[in-house]
Design a protein around this ligand. Structure first.
Ligand code: PLP
Length: 453
């Protein structure tokens, strides 16, 4: 398995190079030269395979021999070492809870897989003079997952830039209390300032001379591809619940709260490789470039606007080009495979309140965007299916609950009128002291700090 650049101006590379460099020299995203195809017999076997073995079988073709089987098995086992339960919210809408990892967000899976791959490659590296340095800007969730995923990984340093005062208390503790090979820079500015500094760093000759810089966002194949696993785990639970004696089960439609579109794109890859999934719905907040594109065939990017589901405040989703590649850049194939709805902040908050009251389930703002989109989608499906057979089973959907509500206490506690309990798994953070390095929001200050260290 090789990877080509969607920019089409760079040579193909193997998994190792794609994972270490993140992006192709022509700034294109890497994409696998072929999408692995699972046979019907394999899919049948996947129904009951344990999570670790399933993860290994799904990831192995993508790694293309760059990691030996025993090590890859170990990496997979560590990556998915927590629960991914599919729980009912209403009769027809289920929540795939992806927040049972160490930092309470779905990004743990990608970050853990990527960190362990880079750790493996760095041990092989003969030239130890340049440390691999992961540089990442975060609006909250990415930084915590990356810090936790890379903590203690030998040969890799992590530098996180986060906007001062703009991440929630739990998120800040997750970023700033790791120590060891993790450094948190508290930037006196916005998330966009952090991201601008990181972008400039990747183009800075002197800095790249001193460090092996790599990024840890979902453009990196080692972070993006393992996200397919959620869909396999959800499908296993769906089949277990709904499969009849003939082996039939209703379609599992999937609603994904989307920002950079890495997560949903991974799901569409899983489907393209043979996993029998239903329709995909991209649930967006006010940042609706894809929603509008599907309606108008016009791709118009705007600067990101701030919303209560801030992990999805993305003006120009980087992974959308990969979705187009999966669907052969064909607009009618795209609209056949994908729908999208944009949900505003008022509806998001009202949804959190309503679902808490009527269904006794606490959504986080991102899950609430997905839930509201799922309701619209299912209502439209019902209209399409009214005269179809009364037994029609095509009326259920799952939403991906991408973060624990405690990560967004201000919005959620106001919406439900109660305090959210801090889960036992992160209680220990509350006793830790924050350690961060304050930094002015400009590149000169950042570079000065980097060249001194
Ligand atoms: C990152 C994130 C998203 C968006 O995921 P993408 O892969 O960028 O589309 C949604 N919800 C939460 C909680 C996140 O942290």
């Amino acid at each position: 398995m090789q990877y080509y650049s969607l920019g089409k101006q760079s040579p193909n590379v193997n998994f190792k190079t794609a994972a270490i460099t993140g992006q192709a020299p022509d700034k294109g995203l890497y994409f696998p030269t072929e999408i692995p195809q699972f046979t019907a017999a394999q899919i049948e076997r996947f129904k009951t395979l344990d999570k670790g073995s399933l993860a290994f079988e799904v990831m192995k073709p993508y790694v293309g021999g760059m990691i030996d089987d025993a090590s890859l098995q170990q990496i997979c086992a560590e990556t998915i070492h927590f629960e991914f339960p599919l729980v009912p919210i209403t009769e027809n809408i289920f929540s795939l809870e992806l927040f049972h990892g160490p930092t309470l967000a779905f990004k743990d899976v990608g970050a853990r897989f990527m960190s362990r791959c880079l750790g493996y490659f760095s041990i092989q590296e003969k030239d130890k003079s340049k440390l691999t340095t992961v540089l990442v800007a975060t609006s909250g969730d990415t930084g915590g997952a990356v810090a936790n995923g890379f903590l203690g990984v030998e040969g890799v340093n992590v530098i996180i830039l986060y906007p001062k005062g703009k991440v929630s208390p739990i998120q800040e503790l997750q970023l700033t209390t790791c120590g060891q090979n993790i450094t948190a820079l508290e930037v006196d500015g916005s998330f966009d300032d952090c991201q601008a500094i990181v972008k400039e760093a990747f183009m800075d000759g002197a800095l790249n001379e001193k460090y092996n810089l790599t990024s840890a966002n979902s453009i990196n194949v080692a972070r993006w591809l393992p996200q397919q696993l959620y869909y396999f785990f959800a499908w296993q639970q769906w089949v277990k619940q709904y499969q009849d004696a003939e082996g039939n089960y209703p379609a599992m439609h999937i609603v994904v709260p989307s920002g950079n579109f890495g997560n949903i794109c991974a799901g569409m890859m899983a489907k393209a490789s043979g996993l029998p999934l239903g329709h995909f719905v991209a649930a967006c907040n006010a940042n609706d470039v894809v929603t509008r594109y599907l309606a108008t065939e016009k791709y118009e990017i705007h600067p990101a606007v701030a919303t209560v589901s801030n992990a999805m405040d993305v003006g120009n989703p980087s992974n959308f080009v990969r979705i187009m590649e999966i669907l052969q850049n064909n607009f009618s194939q795209l609209t056949h495979a994908l729908s999208s709805y944009s949900i505003n902040d008022a509806t998001t908050k009202a949804t959190i309140t309503r679902v808490f009251k009527t269904d006794n389930y606490t959504l986080d703002p991102h899950g609430a965007v997905a839930f509201a989109a799922a309701e619209i989608f299912l209502a439209q499906e019902a209209k399409v299916n009214t005269n179809a057979n009364a037994q029609n089973n095509n009326h259920r959907a799952i939403i991906l609950e991408t973060a624990h509500p405690v990560k967004f206490p201000e919005v959620v506690e106001e919406a439900i009128g109660e305090k959210i309990e801090v889960p036992a798994s992160v209680q220990f953070l509350l006793d830790k002291a924050k350690v961060s390095i304050p930094l002015a929001a400009n590149y000169t200050a950042f570079k000065h700090w980097m060249m001194q260290n």
